[in-house]
Design a protein around this ligand. Structure first.
Ligand SMILES: O=C(O)[C@H]1O[C@H](OP(=O)(O)OP(=O)(O)OC[C@H]2O[C@@H](n3ccc(=O)[nH]c3=O)[C@H](O)[C@@H]2O)[C@H](O)[C@@H](O)[C@@H]1O
Length: 413
């Protein structure tokens, strides 16, 4: 039997109201999800309060204290829980410099490895502040507490191929973050001298070998390289306007213990041990792809020599007082090795035959080869790399097997 008309109307209106109500709830949830969810981008700071307070300040001050009798240098190391950052920080500490680290512990790769490196530095008496170089307040606070003589700027979004997946993280860390840091450095009193990590990737499509600092660097083949090249130009500007002393170091495929899991030598090791197939890229017409693999200890020596030979910045409080030092150096190994050779060394060290497939190099920003001419660094820094790939990989593999063994260092953290 048909219901009376007023009941039908009531039901009709009621269901429309219900529909509108749920639609509004749905829109609100979507809004919350997209605009208020904590960001997971690797290079952004989380919303947790990570710094400040008397205890935090006393840890910073303690870490910044140089050992008596040492050079009295006080260094802020950015990216201190990173691969190169950890090694450089530990070396500075060993020789008695005051060192404070800063790292945002982003999730670009396994955070627990970064925490293990932090623990290593903590045991050596270095405090790594958790924070982002884009946080101007934090940087100003640090410079308000400590008269840093140097900044070793190693924080970056690294990796050539990942730039196609997350371009924004490169702009955020390598450009915005660098500018933010330089802004704080230029206003500091005294202004620190800055040493920072550029990259061999700035040589891009350059075919003149070996790569020399005088060669062209205006043909980057990845966004990563473009942001590093931009960093070199930005360094020029801050040197020119504000009298900041700045040294850029072009690292060539750095490898070694405590390395980065996103790099080929690292994940090849992992995959070979797991009997997973690895991909080896080759160039056009089956040409070899090669890298000037450089061992971490050689890079550390280059970084410390750059710091020790850096002249003081000339400005103060944001004003330039005279011309300041501006340098760029290649830090490589001077002997490129084909990726296929890297794999055969790993096979011998791991005593496992790799399952491999050879593929044409995808258009992913990689270059075919790198080869450093380091004569400038030799002359000015006394830089002289001494570790060949076989020796360096042996040390890496020892570390890897120990760290990832059930009873290894990893389980101690
Ligand atoms: O020297 C540099 O400037 C750069 O060195 C490395 O970049 P890359 O040399 O590309 O190092 P890997 O990513 O470890 O690649 C090494 C070689 O292995 C090759 N590869 C990589 C991945 C893969 O699956 N198969 C493969 O054959 C690459 O094409 C490359 O020739 C670092 O990842 C960069 O952050 C750094 O700035």
């Amino acid at each position: 039997m048909d219901k009376p008309l007023y009941i039908q109307r009531f039901r009709y209106h009621f269901s429309i109201t219900k529909l509108i109500f749920w639609a509004l709830i749905f829109i609100f949830v979507i809004y919350l999800f997209f605009f208020h969810a904590p960001t997971t981008s690797p290079s952004t700071t989380s919303r947790r309060v990570l710094w400040g307070g008397p205890d935090w300040e006393s840890r910073v001050l303690k870490s910044a204290r140089a050992r008596s009798g040492a050079g009295g240098q006080v260094v802020l190391v950015t990216g201190a829980a990173g691969f190169v950052g950890t090694h450089v920080t530990a070396a500075l500490r060993r020789r008695g410099d005051g060192v404070v680290g800063i790292d945002n512990f982003n999730d670009y790769y396994d955070r627990s490895l970064k925490r293990s490196r932090e623990l290593l530095l903590q045991r050596a008496g270095v405090f790594v502040v958790e924070g982002d170089i884009n946080d101007a307040k934090l940087l100003k606070k640090l410079f308000g507490l400590v008269r840093f003589s140097h900044v070793m700027h190693l924080a970056a979004q690294a990796g050539v191929r990942y730039a196609m997946k997350n371009p924004g993280s490169y702009v955020n860390a390598n450009i915005a973050g660098f500018v933010n840091l330089l802004e704080v450095c230029k206003s500091a009193n005294p202004q620190p001298a800055i040493i920072w990590a550029s990259s061999s990737s700035v040589y891009g499509l350059n075919t003149k070998i070996p790569f020399s600092e005088k060669d062209r660097t205006d043909q980057p083949s990845s966004l990563y390289a473009a942001t590093k090249k931009a960093g070199e130009e930005i360094a020029h500007t801050y040197n020119h306007i504000y009298g900041l002393s700045i040294t850029g170091l072009r690292f060539f495929t750095v490898y070694g213990p405590w390395g980065r899991p996103d790099m080929a030598y690292f994940f090849f090791t992992k995959d070979i041990l797991k009997r997973k197939t690895i991909k080896i890229f080759e160039g056009p017409n089956h040409s070899t792809v090669a890298r000037d693999f450089t061992y971490i200890d050689d890079i550390v020596k280059g970084c410390l020599a750059a710091l020790d030979t850096a002249k003081k910045s000339t400005g103060s409080g944001g004003k330039k007082k005279g011309a300041a030092q501006l340098r760029v150096f290649n830090l490589g190994n001077t002997s490129p090795v084909p990726v296929s050779k890297l794999v055969s060394i790993l096979e011998k060290l791991l005593k496992v035959k790799a399952k491999k497939v050879v593929l044409p190099m995808p258009a992913n920003g990689d270059v075919l080869f790198t080869h450093a001419n380091v004569s400038l660094a030799q002359r000015e820094l006394g830089y002289n790399p001494t570790t060949d790939l076989q020796t360096g990989l042996k040390k890496f593999v020892w570390w890897y097997l120990d760290y990832y063994s059930p009873l290894g260092k990893k389980s101690a953290v």
